[in-house]
Design a protein around this ligand. Structure first.
Ligand SMILES: Cc1cc2nc3c(=O)[nH]c(=O)nc-3n(C[C@H](O)[C@H](O)[C@H](O)COP(=O)(O)OP(=O)(O)OC[C@H]3O[C@@H](n4cnc5c(N)ncnc54)[C@H](O)[C@@H]3O)c2cc1C
Ligand SMILES: Cc1cc2nc3c(=O)[nH]c(=O)nc-3n(C[C@H](O)[C@H](O)[C@H](O)COP(=O)(O)O)c2cc1C
Length: 684
């Protein structure tokens, strides 16, 4: 292993518990050991994944939130049958043999930040129905906050103020649940959370806490809930039982539903640095043994769930800063780079590197890093398309129906992650010659899966490159991990010795020497029919740098591609203007709010003109005529970039032995592409 990673593999202590190395798997809801949105049952699938991650070198694993009270029925976790805790105990014996440690994260709830999955949104919007379904899904309980506040996902809905009796019940719940976990052999617990705008965090920040009782007003009152909890846990479990707290160094919040972006000068309505410096010491003195730290709130969600647009190590500076004001260990999460983290640990700026999503993409990344096989690590691209497809746009909050995605942490790039066995690969009964038409991500993934099952694939690619449209998708500066993903795929093709015929356009599949054919020919861009349309260039040509643009650029289409193009243009110092027919940008299910709100907030901050419910009527030499809500408008434009979508482009196919995959089967993203490839290939 390269020396630069050595600091990651040194032991450290949380309270009196020794952790063998500095890598902390951070919690992800869908990896809860007790199911965060389902019944409070020991989750064998999550446990199996953790065991594999522990065997692959992770020092400390913190499964996703375990709600103190069942999200659906309201039952307390500390009252759950001993049978479930026994299952945990038995599994822990195996887990501990790896030398890893396990802390369970317990949540008091979401307060105003609760997002309700698709199939339930109808229910919450209807007050009548919400009364009827209350015994099953108790919105009033779930949506109780320190004060009456606008709900994050449904700002028209005001959440009620939580009572003192409920607060005391939660404090007791923490203590009793922690005790049961301790008795089951768990190494510590983590309190969720003075972090990200969850219920306890809403108590600590002034903009969400308007109470006038002992839980509101002064600093001590606002932090009372958090400190009462650790005191109660310690009283029940003993001083030596470690208690971590998930903590946001800064709220990075400007207002309800408005975040502050990196580099933005803003007025903090939540926790600012002055308060944070005091808070970390205060939390330590109350009994907490570790701060598992980043930044943000649900109003500035891109800090806690950094999308592709956020810089790597985005929380490091703030976390390292607050770490100077306390003596307990500080872990930092958020797109952490192993080399940067190792350096920060070596310099004593932080104590642990928190990593979440990369574990879903590749359980074995630590082993690969230790074995100097970095090129084999499948990189997480921070898309949230599999693990967190919680979208939000004007009037709509939705999750993409991915089956169990809300209960299970899935991964866009790795369909086997928490898939319930759906994508277990069995060797093919007969090894077949498979012709794959197209060497985009779909074609390469198909070759990989076919090979893993014992087939003999050949890719026919009409260009001289592998990667397809994802080469354009990955072109912007901010898409470093996407570029790494293409490199990863190309390397896998080499390592697996996949036969590739470049510069070969297939027009007649009957002439191919193959038992079965996979068509992965991608898509073609939609054309715009309006006067001057020939002046517009396609987003792909812009991204590949094949066509130059001027200073003022009208981007037609405000979906994800159009918004990313506008963002890229702005980063390059151009003046983009977005024209979109719908009533919001990126108004499609599946684009995580953390990703879309970054771009929306960026355009608002940089005053990028956005015309919603508008359409282009004519493209002239130096302008574009737009039909806006306020009537016709002519805006200056040296160039026009089209981002109005793509249509599937399958070549002719007429046989049961032909399978169409990827964008050729339905234009989507890497999740739909990769998962669809597995669906098709496992049947061959
Ligand atoms: C601008 C843009 C940005 C995007 N950003 C993201 C993102 O951030 N995250 C995400 O998940 N998804 C993103 N997507 C979507 C994602 O890139 C696509 O869903 C995915 O790359 C499609 O892969 P594919 O292999 O199905 O098709 P393609 O990548 O289009 O590959 C098709 C391949 O087939 C070849 N081919 C076509 N016809 C023939 C033929 N007759 N014979 C031989 N070869 C042929 C082509 O040359 C090409 O290499 C983006 C898409 C665009 C356009
Ligand atoms: C699907 C998903 C669920 C998450 N759930 C939790 C959670 O239950 N508790 C928590 O404290 N953080 C949660 N997080 C935040 C992660 O712990 C982590 O801080 C974040 O993903 C940034 O780290 P990364 O860039 O390494 O993924 C979640 C993140 C994801 C992607």
């Amino acid at each position: 292993m390269d020396k630069k990673y050595e600091a990651l593999f040194t032991p450290w202590k949380i309270g009196k518990v020794e952790i063998k190395n500095r890598i902390v798997m951070c919690p992800m809801g869908g990896t809860s050991l007790f199911g965060w949105m389902g019944p409070q049952k020991f989750n064998k699938e999550a446990a199996d994944m953790f065991l594999n991650i522990a065997k692959n070198g992770c020092g400390l694993i913190i499964p996703g939130i375990a709600p103190l009270r069942n999200m659906l029925g309201g039952g307390w976790l500390y009252k759950v049958s001993q049978k479930e805790y026994d299952k945990l105990s038995v599994w822990l014996e195996e887990f501990h043999k790896t030398g890893a440690k396990l802390f369970v994260q317990l949540t008091a709830g979401f307060g105003r930040s609760f997002s309700i999955p698709n199939h339930m949104t109808g229910i919450v919007k209807s007050k009548f129905l919400s009364k009827l379904v209350k015994p099953v899904f108790d919105f009033d309980r779930l949506l109780a906050a320190p004060s009456a506040l606008p709900a994050r996902w449904y700002p028209e809905h005001t959440v009620r103020e939580i009572t003192v009796e409920e607060i005391k019940g939660i404090v007791k719940g923490y203590a009793l649940t922690a005790k049961r976990l301790k008795d089951a052999g768990v190494d510590g617990v983590e309190v969720h959370a003075v972090h990200e705008g969850y219920l306890i965090d809403q108590f600590t920040t002034k903009y969400t806490n308007k109470r006038t009782d002992e839980y509101g007003g002064s600093f001590e009152n606002r932090y009372r809930f958090a400190t009462d909890i650790v005191k109660a846990i310690k009283a029940e479990c003993g001083e030596d039982f470690p208690v971590s707290v998930r903590y946001s160094a800064l709220s990075k919040t400007k207002d309800f539903c408005v975040g502050a972006l990196p580099g933005e000068d803003y007025e903090e309505v939540g926790r600012d640095m002055e308060e944070s410096e005091k808070a970390v010491k205060y939390l330590q003195d109350a009994g907490y043994d570790m701060l598992n730290t980043d930044n943000g709130t649900y109003d500035a969600w891109y800090w806690a769930h950094p999308p592709v647009y956020m810089p790597e190590n985005c929380n490091l500076e703030d976390v390292a800063h607050v770490g100077r004001f306390c003596d307990i260990p500080v872990v930092c999460a958020g797109k952490m780079d192993a080399e940067v983290a190792a350096k920060a640990i070596k310099e004593g700026r932080i104590d642990g590197m928190g990593v979440a999503r990369q574990f879903l993409t590749d359980n074995e990344w630590i082993t690969k890093l230790q074995e100097d096989r970095l090129e084999d690590i499948m990189p997480c691209i921070h898309c949230h398309n599999g693990c967190f497809p919680l979208a939000h746009y004007k009037g709509v909050a939705s999750d993409t129906p991915l089956g169990d995605s809300i209960h299970m942490a899935r991964c866009a790039l790795n369909p086997q992650t928490m898939d319930g066995g759906k994508y277990d690969l069995t060797p093919a009964k007969v090894s077949k010659k498979i012709a794959i038409i197209g060497g985009g991500i779909a074609g390469m993934e198909a070759a990989r899966v076919c090979l893993m099952r014992g087939h003999k694939p050949t890719i026919y690619e009409k260009t001289d490159k592998l990667g397809g449209v994802f080469i354009a998708a990955a072109a912007p500066e901010f898409k470093k991990k996407d570029k790494e993903l293409i490199a990863w795929y190309r390397r896998q093709m080499e390592k697996l010795n996949v036969e590739i015929k470049f510069n070969t356009e297939v027009t007649d599949i009957t002439k191919l020497d193959a038992d079965e054919v996979i068509i992965a020919t991608g898509s073609t861009e939609r054309k715009l029919r309006l006067p001057g349309a020939e002046r517009a260039i396609d987003a792909i040509d812009y991204l590949l740098g094949e066509k130059e643009v001027g200073e003022n650029v009208v981007v037609i289409g405000g979906g994800l591609t159009g918004c990313e193009v506008a963002y890229d243009l702005h980063l390059k110092g151009k003046n983009p203007i977005i024209v979109e027919m719908k009533n919001d940008l990126m108004a499609v299910p599946g684009i995580c709010l953390a990703n879309s709100s970054y771009l929306r907030d960026y355009f608002a901050w940089k005053k990028v003109p956005v015309y919603l419910e508008s359409s282009a009527l004519e493209i002239k030499e130096k302008s574009v005529v737009i039909n806006t809500k306020e009537g016709q408008k002519e805006v200056e434009a040296d160039s026009v970039v089209l981002a109005i979508g793509y249509n599937p482009n399958p070549i002719a196919q007429k046989s049961k032995k032909v399978h169409v995959v990827g964008d050729a089967n339905g234009v989507g993203n890497l999740r739909t592409v990769i998962w669809g490839v597995w669906d098709a290939c496992k049947k061959i």
